[in-house]
Ligand binder design. Structure first.
Ligand code: BGC
Length: 725
């Protein structure tokens, strides 16, 4: 329903027109937003207020038409405006809703380029607005605790600092379009197994140092307008209505003044939701078919009776409505002002998708400089693997996007080739539930690879559909991966193809690591492509043939084996009796691998280039407020232009508590021409040196010596210097 339609309602209600800001009278114009909200609240009945704090359809919350307040319209997120589901849950296949499918969260973060976070958010915001959405349900920023989490692809990293840096641009890109971002899922939704029932137990230090910083940055630096409460419990209480996490930490400590939206169906109690911070209850009972009577929600009619009988004070409801109205004003959903029309599927959006994909793809291995391939020398190409021709945008659960188009790796690679080149495509494996190595398909692939002068195998995870796959959907919502081994007999295929043609380039798609131990020593060139969006095939083709120099870096450690990763080595997963203890504490991701000296397959921050970079002249200077200004010179010493992510790690040399061997505290991406050099200057604030002291319940900087390391990855440190603080 258009905003204009609602204007008809307000004509009959003069005072509301004035409050909503459509008046031209000067004294009314000078009302602050909070005063306007006060006036609106004073005009609203209890029933009207309550209608605004729960769903009115699958993706809207209630309107108050007589006051010109429209429904609040939401959509997933996080990497494209979701397939249209209308008021119920009937997916539309209408081309008018085909959207720009951006690289997924983990790919965006692999760019290590905050400017691309903004570009990404801008595309989303413009498309959301064009489609009449007020809130986009993203970014998803849960920490990648285990490689098995089915939703890792939607999230960003195992490292809270990297998450914090990437989330801000995304949020501002969306919100600059007058659309609210919704950071999710608050908090500790780090596994899909038992997500509706499991309670996460972690220490306060772990919360403060690892799981909270991304959300804190979203609120304090990104100014995020809305936040989604997670399905799971935290210390025994459901996250969506959590006295400590929402009332105390989010709203009081961090000063969040926007609205907390429940995950769909995540509210479990009227009183808890009212008291412990839920502002809008969303959801639907899919098992019963679309719920028609949204008044039956926990935050529906019951609330009216509770207020009328004096059990609940109406001020609690007012606070929730106030938060919603505040964001409606900020995004110009009400109150007049030009919200802008938005735009959809523009060439600019497509080129943003391509640029992000190009910077997201990570070159893991390149022995003997096998890559890039020289397209002039190629006459006969074997392209192998079901993922080469598989479109991925429509899968994965709530983040599904009906893409305007999706260039597959096969198409992208073919586009790079001269016309007379012979291309043989073989699937190599069958994407089907429980499918085993297929001897015929492997044989066909092996023959093609043997004859070819260039062989490219595109494999990895897929976005399955939970309903079809009964628990083996891999990168998808509501289930985790069963293990870290490639499904469908891909290990057998890769080994056989590498034997036939040792120069085969391996491209892995997916939301995270795979166990490569069976073949990695035989592979010369490996790319990790994530899910690179609708332009992903083009980006893969350009990187393979050297039109683009890869500059992506891993945002998570790739363990050799699942058992090597901390949640599986010393923590619990997926927990027992609906409780999961994060016993690994702050030792998440590389913090664990580096402190406990466990050799990863590929380290956090790793990513090669077709050129080389020299680091020199690291200098540290003390700044104000216990900050340190770091300067390091980086030079492109190869013969190609390229991008490097200069990473700064900090180690506390003497500490009264256990601290990680090193922690990322700064980074900068830089693009250099051959021979060019640049001074990278990064200020490490006091936060870079502190830890959360559980006894004092505050952040503490223990005076002493700190080591600052500048590197090309967490395991490729090029320059080191100490400083006394
Ligand atoms: C997901 C959310 C999503 C919501 C609405 C839930 O199942 O966990 O991330 O935004 O559905 O689709």
């Amino acid at each position: 329903m258009s905003r204009k339609f609602f204007i008809h309602f307000i004509i009959s209600f003069g005072s509301a027109v004035l409050i909503l800001g459509c008046s031209q009278t000067p004294e009314k114009k000078s009302l602050t937003t909070e005063q306007k909200i006060d006036s609106l609240l004073s005009l609203m009945t209890l029933e009207e207020k309550v209608s605004m704090i729960h769903a009115s359809s699958s993706f809207t919350s209630g309107a108050v038409p007589r006051l010109g307040i429209p429904e609040w319209t939401m959509s997933d997120g996080p990497h494209g405006v979701r397939k249209e589901h209308g008021r119920g849950w009937v997916g539309s296949e209408s081309p008018e809703y085909f959207a720009t499918y951006l690289p997924v969260g983990v790919s965006l973060a692999s760019t290590w380029n905050p400017e691309l976070g903004y570009a990404f958010g801008k595309v989303l915001g413009e498309e959301a607005k064009y489609r009449g959405k007020d809130v986009i349900l993203g970014p998803g920023i849960n920490i990648l605790r285990t490689p098995l989490n089915g939703r890792n692809f939607e999230y960003l990293s195992e490292d809270p600092y990297l998450v914090s840096k990437m989330v801000v641009g995304y949020i501002q890109g969306v919100q600059d379009q007058n659309v609210a971002a919704c950071v999710k899922h608050y908090l500790a939704n780090n596994q899909e197994t038992d997500r509706n029932t499991v309670s996460v137990e972690m220490s306060e230090r772990t919360l403060r140092e690892i799981y909270l910083p991304g959300f804190a940055a979203a609120v304090k630096e990104g100014g995020v307008y809305t936040l989604m409460g997670a399905y799971n419990k935290f210390r025994g209480q459901y996250c969506t209505h959590h006295e400590y996490l929402i009332n105390k930490v989010l709203k009081e400590e961090l000063g969040f003044d926007g609205a907390v939206i429940s995950d769909w169906g995540a509210v479990h109690s009227t009183m808890e939701a009212l008291k412990f911070g839920t502002d809008v209850e969303m959801g639907t009972d899919l098992s019963q078919g679309p719920v028609k009577d949204y008044g039956k929600f926990f935050m529906g009619d019951t609330v009216i009776s509770l207020v009328k009988s004096g059990v609940v004070n109406e001020s609690l409801i007012d606070d929730k409505v106030r938060r919603i109205l505040r964001i409606m004003y900020r995004t110009k959903v009400i109150g007049g002002g030009d919200r802008g029309a938005g735009s959809f599927n523009t060439l600019e959006h497509q080129s943003a998708a391509l640029k992000i994909a190009e910077e997201a793809i990570v070159l893991l291995k390149n022995e003997g400089n096998l890559l890039p391939l020289n397209k002039s020398a190629v006459k006969n190409v074997a392209i192998i693997g079901a993922n080469a021709s598989r479109k991925q945008g429509g899968g994965g659960g709530s983040s599904q996007v009906n893409a305007k188009y999706e260039i597959t790796p096969l198409q992208g690679i073919e586009k790079m080739l001269f016309e007379n080149v012979q291309v043989t495509y073989s699937e190599g494996y069958e994407v089907a539930k429980d499918s085993k190595p297929n001897a015929d398909k492997i044989k066909e692939a092996v023959e093609a690879a043997r004859k070819a002068d260039a062989s490219i195998l595109v494999c990895g995870w897929i976005h399955g559909y939970t309903d079809l796959w009964e628990g083996n959907a891999y990168d998808a919502e509501s289930v985790d991966k069963p293990n870290m081994f490639l499904p469908f007999g891909q290990d057998e295929l890769i080994s056989a193809v590498l034997k036939a043609n040792p120069n085969t380039v391996i491209v892995i798609m997916g939301g995270g690591p795979v166990d490569m131990t069976k073949w990695i020593d035989k592979a010369k060139a490996v790319l990790f492509a994530g899910y690179p969006g609708m332009e992903g095939g083009n980006a893969i083709g350009k990187i393979i043939f050297g039109e683009v120099n890869p500059s992506g870096k891993l945002t998570m450690t790739f363990p050799k084996k699942l058992e090597d990763s901390p949640a599986h080595a010393i923590g619990e997963y997926p927990g027992k009796d609906n409780v999961v203890h994060y016993n690994e504490g702050i030792m998440v991701g590389y913090r664990y691998f580096d402190t406990k000296k466990v050799e990863p397959q590929f380290a956090f921050g790793h990513g090669l280039s077709y050129t080389t970079f020299l680091y020199e002249n690291l200098q540290l200077t003390k700044g104000d407020n216990q900050s340190v200004v770091v300067t390091v010179t980086v030079r492109n010493t190869g013969n190609r232009a390229g991008g490097e992510v200069v990473q700064l790690y900090v180690k506390d040399m003497e500490s009264s508590v256990e601290r990680p061997a090193q922690e990322l505290k700064g980074f900068q991406k830089v693009f250099l021409q051959p021979g060019e050099s640049k001074d990278i200057i990064v200020t490490l604030g006091v936060d870079a040196f502190r830890f959360f002291d559980e006894k004092k319940m505050e952040w503490v900087l223990e005076p002493g010596k700190f080591q600052i390391m500048a590197g090309s990855s967490s395991r490729d440190i090029r320059q080191t210097k100490d400083i006394e603080l």
